[in-house]
Every structure is written in C-alpha cells, then in structure tokens.
Design a protein around this ligand. Structure first.
Ligand code: NAD
Ligand code: WQD
Length: 336
C-alpha cells in the first residue's frame, strides 16, 4: 500500500492483516511516521515491511515490485490539506496526479492491475441535494479535490484502454477516530485543520479553545453538518473492496460514509461526554469554501460491497480520546 504510514493507511493495514492479507508499506514519510508502522506491527502482532520511497520515483517502485509479489495496490499516498492546495496547487498536482500516473505506469509494467484508490467526498463540492449518491455530478471546489477527480478520470481511461484492470474508487466522507487499542491514530503535524483533531487537542489542554466556523447556517443549530465515519469502519471498507474486485474487472465507484450527519455542536457535546472535559469554544466567521451539509448515501457500498459503518459518533469520540490521552503529542511526542 502507498501512504501506509499515514492515518487511514495504517488503520487499513491492521484490518487487512486481520483478514489474512500480507502488507508492504511504501511511504515517503512526508506526513506519515515509522512509529505508525511499528504500531501496526504491535497491534497486528506481525512485522510489516516498509519501503521508504516516493510514488513519483519509478526506480524505487520498480525495486518494490521486484522484491515483493503484489496482488493489488491500495493507493493512499497523497497530500490532503485543502487550504494548502489553494496556495500551492502545483505541489498537489505534482504529488497526487503525477505521482499516481507514475504508480499506475509501474503497476502496468509489472502486470499488477488491481487498484483501490482513496478518493474523497470533496469531489462532489456542494451538490445541494442530500444525501449524496455516486451519480451526483462532481463539482470540486479546491485544487486538492480537483486532483482527486483527475485521478478518478485517469483510472477510468486506464481501464478503457486495458479492460483487464480492476479498480475500486472509494469516496471517503469525514474520517475520524482512532484504533480502539489506543496504539494508533491521527497525528496532524502543526495546527490541526479538521474538527475532531482540534476538539481533541482542546480537551487534552494543547489548545485553549475551539473556533466554531459559523453558527448561522441553515442547519438545526446553525453549524455545519458532516458525515463523520470511524476510521476503523473506513479501513474495513477496503477489505470489502478488495473482495469485490476479486469478482471481476471494471471500475467501481463507492461512497464510504455512515449516511448520518452531525453538527459541530453535536460533535462538541459527544466529545465532552466521551472525555469528561469541557470544550471551550468561540464562534468564528464561516470558513471560506465550507459547504453547509455533506452527507453520504452509502447504499451502493451496502448493496455491492456488503459494507456498512458500525460505529456511532460516541464511539468515534471515545476511541479518539483514548488515543489523544495516551499520545497527547501524537507519534512524534511518544507515549504518555
Ligand atoms: P495522511 O497524510 O495521514 O496519509 C497519507 C500518507 O501518504 C502519508 O503517510 C504521507 O507521508 C504519504 N505520502 C504522501 N505523498 C507521498 C508520495 N509522493 N510518495 C509516498 N508517500 C506519500 O492522510 P490520510 O488522512 O491517511 O489520507 C489517506 C488518503 O485518503 C489520501 O489520499 C487522502 O487524500 C484521502 N482522503 C482522506 C480523508 C480524510 O478524512 N482523512 C477523506 C477523503 C480522502
Ligand atoms: C468539519 C466541520 C467546519 C474545524 C475536510 C476536507 C475534505 C476531507 C475531510 C480529504 C465544518 C467545522 C472545523 C474547526 C470548525 N479530506 N470546523 N472548527 O472541511 O468537512 O472536510 O476533511 O479528502 O476534503 O475538506 O472537515 O473537519 O475540517 O470540518 O467549526 O476548527 O467542522 O466548518 O463544518 P471538512 P473539517
């Protein structure tokens, strides 16, 4: 898997190992850590080989394909900060698009034609009608989201040119939470951009208060609504996707979400209950580019992959809190 030292990849590695697969991680450690891969090994009680390298480096990829026999590639490696992608778009096109071109070329050269790609609900932009199903017309609103849609397109074209490919495109909604072991979780470098890591850092005392970006949206309490999905549920979805690809060639697109939306205040209250801490907050202006509501229709993944999310918001907060309290400074700060 590419990007296996990162947040979602590391959780997916654990689920793949539990399902009887072998895993090799390739990661350039730009946002992932060796400590995450060591934690995968501890939780799964298995050694996980790591190739430190870049998906844009064909020599490194050829070496990995020569040293291991792969049945499939799960492709997580990407840059993912929406705001940074507006300021540095070419970095995002270079890493996410050119990187995927290089990876897919080397896969084809080595006869490995089964791929699971980490796409994003961000490709939908602000479709207006909820919940969002896979037929909603894509309308990405950031360079980051556009890189995801371009990669989806190049994967469709790759299959059209060579129908032997088996490709699963998974559009993730908001991945949150951590592994229940407390050994592995999200480890944002610097100030977190996303809601749950911010809330957790306020609860643990690393930050003074939470900025709530807007309380005048047309939602039940005025704050934005999102489909938060436990990262372990998301990870399990990849095992289902691989099983699905074993049944035939083609390109399949699936939303992975719970189908339930929660407001920012609901998240704050759920985290207060899970942690027993108060989360001080202030109302800040709306964040540019935010949509009002984003909520998945996960029916297609249910019907075709046999996958549904099992964990609720309370469980997402409890597991995140366990990770945050045992690793208040993430992998980079060591265990408390
Ligand atoms: P992450 O940053 O924790 O993991 C990505 C990993 O890829 C990191 O370990 C990083 O070091 C590695 N990487 C980046 N560029 C690389 C390159 N050129 N070569 C090799 N390794 C490289 O992010 P994540 O949250 O685990 O996201 C995984 C994937 O899921 C990404 O493709 C992201 O765009 C997508 N996604 C994430 C979310 C979310 O809510 N976190 C939602 C939708 C989609
Ligand atoms: C959720 C809600 C904010 C932080 C992002 C990417 C998306 C995908 C998942 C990769 C919104 C509010 C947030 C804060 C707040 N990633 N909020 N205070 O923006 O839905 O999705 O991550 O593909 O592409 O855009 O997630 O967690 O940033 O925000 O009030 O400090 O929380 O306004 O309503 P988002 P988020």
């Amino acid at each position: 898997m590419t990007g296996g030292a990162g947040y979602i990849g590391s959780h997916t590695a654990i689920e793949l190992l539990a399902a009887g697969h072998d895993v090799v991680v390739l990661d350039n450690l730009s946002n992932g850590t060796r400590a995450a891969v060591e934690a995968i090994g501890r939780v799964a009680n298995r050694d996980v080989p790591v190739v430190e390298g870049d998906i844009r480096d064909p020599v490194c990829l050829d070496r990995a394909f020569a040293e291991h026999r792969f049945d499939a590639v799960l492709h997580f490696a990407a840059l993912k900060a929406v705001g940074e992608s507006v300021a540095k778009p070419l970095r995002y096109y270079q890493n996410n698009v050119a990187g995927t071109v290089c990876l897919v070329e080397r896969m084809a050269a080595h006869g490995v034609k089964t791929l699971v790609f980490s796409s994003s609900a961000a490709v939908y932009g602000d479709p207006g009608t909820m919940p969002i199903n896979e037929d909603s017309p894509p309308d990405p609103t950031s360079p980051y989201a556009r890189t995801k849609l371009i990669v989806e397109g190049l994967l469709h074209d790759t299959h059209a040119a060579d129908p032997g490919w088996r490709i699963s495109i998974l559009r993730y909604f908001n991945a949150v939470g951590a592994h229940p072991s407390g050994e592995i979780g999200e480890d944002p470098a610097g100030v977190p951009m996303n809601l749950l890591p911010s809330v957790a850092q306020v609860a643990v005392g690393r930050r003074e208060l939470l900025n709530v970006f807007g309380n005048d949206y047309p939602t039940p309490d005025g704050t934005g609504v999102r489909d938060y999905l436990h990262v372990v549920d998301l990870a399990r979805g990849h095992v289902n996707a691989l099983d699905y690809l074993a049944t035939g060639t083609g390109v399949a697109v699936h939303n992975l979400g719970t189908g339930r939306g929660h407001t920012v205040f609901e998240v704050v209250r759920a985290f207060e209950a899970a942690s027993g801490r108060q989360i001080p907050y202030r109302i800040a202006p709306r964040r540019p580019g935010d949509v009002v509501v984003s909520c998945a229709d996960p029916g297609k993944a249910g019907d075709e992959l046999g996958w549904t999310a099992q964990y609720d918001l309370r469980r997402m907060c409890e597991d995140l809190w366990r990770w945050q309290t045992t690793h208040p400074h993430g992998f980079r700060g060591g265990k408390a």
